[in-house]
Design a protein around this ligand. Sequence first.
Ligand SMILES: O=C(O)c1cc(=O)[nH]c(=O)n1[C@@H]1O[C@H](COP(=O)(O)O)[C@@H](O)[C@H]1O
Length: 224
Amino acid sequence: MSNPVYLALDLPRLDAAKALAETVKGHIGGLKLGLEFFCAHGAHGVHEIAHVGLPIFLDLKLHDIPNTVAGAMQAIHVLEPAIVTVHASGGRAMMEDAKAAAGEHTRVVAVTMLTSLDERDLARTGVTGTPHEHVLRLAELAEAAGLDGIVCSGHEVGEVHRQWKKGFFVVPGLRPAGSTVGDQKRVVTPRQARDDGASVLVIGRPISRAADPVQAAREIEATL
Ligand SMILES: O=C(O)c1cc(=O)[nH]c(=O)n1[C@@H]1O[C@H](COP(=O)(O)O)[C@@H](O)[C@H]1O
């Protein structure tokens, strides 16, 4: 089985991001480039990181009217990402148009409820019910829209996996036992998420901010 860990390259400098990716590439399965990276380095930065030779997950979290999101999806064809994110709360038509506009080899997955939120935060956005209910509702909508899968926390992935057998599940908010949680709230260990059905494990700071990133990546790999 290929390594499910995608390293989140949330670093401000392109040279540092590329050096980190080169250093740990033997112990991960892919690289995730998110908003911080894309706003700073754009398409040029993505091409540079693609030279490392691992699949690229472009985490743009698109959320706009269907026409605008479809245009953005078309504009990134040239970058050939393996995975792209949109927000499920953008609605069914937006997700349908995003998928229709995506490249043939790109998986489109919908962010459901950010792992930095808990039930209280959710209520403050006007959404009633538990995180489980909210994630399951949005997963159903994403499946109906024809997406490949969703992004959710390790708290929900088991249940979502039971309901959407062929879904592709991206799980961030992962923390090896004993590591700093930071701004994340719904966290589990990488092993727990994998056992519950995660297809991709997104891991950033536990590797990128470790004193020895290779050792940190190795230790995570050994638990899987
Ligand atoms: O879409 C994501 O990747 C994502 C969704 C989510 O709900 N929570 C979440 O943390 N992420 C991303 O996953 C990564 C987690 O990074 P660390 O907390 O440093 O491991 C970041 O790049 C986030 O942007």
